[in-house]
Write a protein that binds this ligand. Structure first.
Ligand SMILES: Nc1ncnc2c1ncn2[C@@H]1O[C@H](COP(=O)(O)OP(=O)(O)O)[C@@H](O)[C@H]1O
Ligand SMILES: [Mg+2]
Length: 267
């Protein structure tokens, strides 16, 4: 699978702007990037034209997991060389075909590495608002941590999707993100995904405890988007740089992703 070398024209405008989903966590390594990709594929298969934006800038992330070689990235936009729509790389044939989607990469090999500034996040957010009418879903894969740029992206989204594992460190970091956004005055109703669970029922129990803490101490009421079981087919597909449902048409983890897409509302 490879990205096109030609500039890609985004699909025609829709009547309604796509909702923006931010995939966040606090802690790194909980599966945000993998999940962002799976959600893009699953939304695509459900008939939703999806744009995935790698907001973990500077690091090679989505492109490496998928084996895609983007020719442009968000840095070119930030530096004023490109409009956001010219930085789009179609993946798996682009949106509307067989789970394909459009990608704006965080790093293309030619772009400058390095941290992004807060005002640059604002510029990207404005660009995304302009692109939103061309899609049904926009997914932002955020960096780990809770620095101001991550929080700014989270606040630019219509829906915050918090990814955690059962580990106390991941839960504490997810809680810290909710708390900081709450303290900033953001009206948040995060959707929570518990990834790499032993079982979905266990994931649900972990969510219940997390939700209780958010409600009791912050008055925030998170919603349960679903749990995803730990599945050895996930690292296997990443090693092969092939999306999970392409490499393994049957897998527990992708089945769990489909349930989540249904919970989030594919329509
Ligand atoms: N459901 C899962 N089952 C097994 N391994 C998983 C699962 N989800 C993620 N992983 C593993 O976790 C690693 C880190 O995922 P990644 O998406 O890069 O995390 P993040 O973006 O949050 O840092 C992946 O390389 C993958 O091997
Ligand atoms: Mg990541």
């Amino acid at each position: 699978m490879s990205g096109s070398a030609l500039p890609h024209t985004p699909p025609l405008p829709r009547t309604r702007a796509a909702p923006i989903f931010a995939i966040a966590s606090g802690k790194g390594g909980v599966g945000k990037t993998w999940l962002s990709t799976m959600l893009s594929i699953a939304f695509g298969r459900a008939g939703q034209r999806t744009l995935l934006v790698d907001c973990d800038l500077g690091l090679a992330n989505i492109d490496v997991q998928l084996g895609v070689r983007p020719t442009a990235d968000v840095h070119s936009v930030v530096r004023g060389f490109l409009e956001l729509d010219s930085a789009v790389t179609p993946v798996m044939g682009g949106p509307g075909r067989n789970g394909g989607f459009d990608l704006i990469a965080g790093h293309s090999g030619s772009g400058a590495l390095g941290a992004i500034k807060l005002e640059e996040v604002a510029r990207i957010a404005t660009g995304l608002t302009k692109l939103a009418p061309h899609y049904d879903r926009i997914i932002l894969d955020l960096a780990a941590g809770i620095d101001p740029t991550v929080l700014r992206f989270a606040r630019a989204a219509d829906r915050l999707i918090l990814v955690t594992t059962e580990e106390p460190t991941a839960l504490t970091d997810a809680y810290a993100m909710v708390k900081l956004l709450h303290l900033q005055g953001a009206k948040i109703e995060p959707w929570v995904i518990v990834n790499m669970c032993e079982s979905r029922s266990r994931g649900r129990r972990v969510f219940d405890q997390f939700a209780m803490a958010c409600n009791e101490y912050l008055g925030v009421k998170p919603k349960f988007a679903g749990a995803i079981c730990r599945d050895p087919k996930v690292p296997d597909s990443i090693r092969a740089q092939t999306p999970l449902p392409v490499r393994h048409p049957q897998s527990q983890a992708y089945e769990d992703v489909i349930r989540i897409v249904e919970a989030l509302g594919a329509g």
